[in-house]
Design a protein around this ligand. Structure first.
Ligand code: HEM
Length: 233
């Protein structure tokens, strides 16, 4: 990674370089992107197997089991990223700005101006942390959907695997399953939450492109390079 000072020397004196995303943040973001894509594709397959191998006499038609195995592997990758990101959010010294975003949620003016900004009516309101209030709301809902997918996914998992982590989680997951009203509903909920994540991804990509065009600060670059550009005043 190029140093901030070196980069600043390379650009003209009207622009300054700001660190937007740390290496951990960028790695976890892209690992989650690939896991979510893999989980959506394999998840759709589990619910409606859209490819079926040609029938033959040999016991080699394990496509369904392979899709399920890939789903579970990426499921655990996603769980580890969820735990790592939660730790980072709560305890990382470099990451206090995310927590500070919550300071704005009780300021009505902030909400109104943020909506106005997206409708090209007002200037962007001053924010206390890393995210604006609408962005924060979307991220909180995304986290709730992720937590729901993980819990319901683990309930489905303990029905298939009774050794290792499956055995360890069997009792607590069956307890939550009973609270939710049975495994049929759990499977339905797991599926519906996937649609919540799909909606989030569509909105997220739209907002990223909107900000990149509107703010002209290189915000798309930042999730690859870590840096964003700001005009000096
Ligand atoms: C973005 C995250 C995820 C998405 C989009 C997703 C999507 C899906 C979908 C659509 C299904 C099929 C449900 C149906 O029958 O209609 C499914 C099944 C399943 N998922 Fe997920 N899932 C995700 C995360 C997880 C996680 C974290 C786990 C935990 C290991 C997990 C474990 C399972 C299991 C065990 C099944 C059932 C397999 C079977 O029926 O044999 N999923 N998932």
């Amino acid at each position: 990674m190029q140093s901030k000072d070196k980069l600043e020397k390379e650009v003209d004196d009207k622009i300054e370089v700001e660190i937007e995303f740390t290496p951990f943040y960028r790695w976890h973001h892209w690992i989650r992107v690939f896991s979510i894509i893999a989980l959506i594709v394999t998840g759709f397959y589990i619910s409606v197997p859209f490819v079926i191998p040609a029938v033959n006499a040999e016991p080699t038609n394990f496509l369904n089991a392979e899709f399920r195995a890939v789903h579970q592997i990426f499921g655990f990758v996603l769980i580890s990223m969820f735990i790592a990101k939660t730790y980072y959010f709560l305890f990382a010294k470099k990451n206090k700005m995310e927590v500070h975003s919550f300071k704005d949620i009780f300021c009505l003016k902030n909400w109104v101006n943020q909506v106005g900004y997206y409708l090209f009516l007002t200037k962007h309101p001053k924010i206390s942390g890393a995210y604006n209030v609408i962005q924060l709301l979307a991220y909180v809902m995304f986290y709730i959907a992720m937590a729901g997918l993980i819990i319901t996914g683990l309930i489905l998992y303990v029905h298939n695997y009774h050794a290792g982590i499956g055995g360890l989680l069997y009792e607590p997951m069956r307890y939550i399953e009973a609270l939710l009203g049975g495994v049929a509903f759990v499977r339905e909920l797991h599926h519906v939450l996937m649609w919540g994540v799909i909606l989030f991804v569509v909105g997220h990509i739209y907002m990223v492109v909107f900000n990149a065009i509107h703010s002209k600060e290189g915000t798309v670059d930042a999730i690859f390079s870590g840096y964003k550009w700001k005009r000096k005043h």
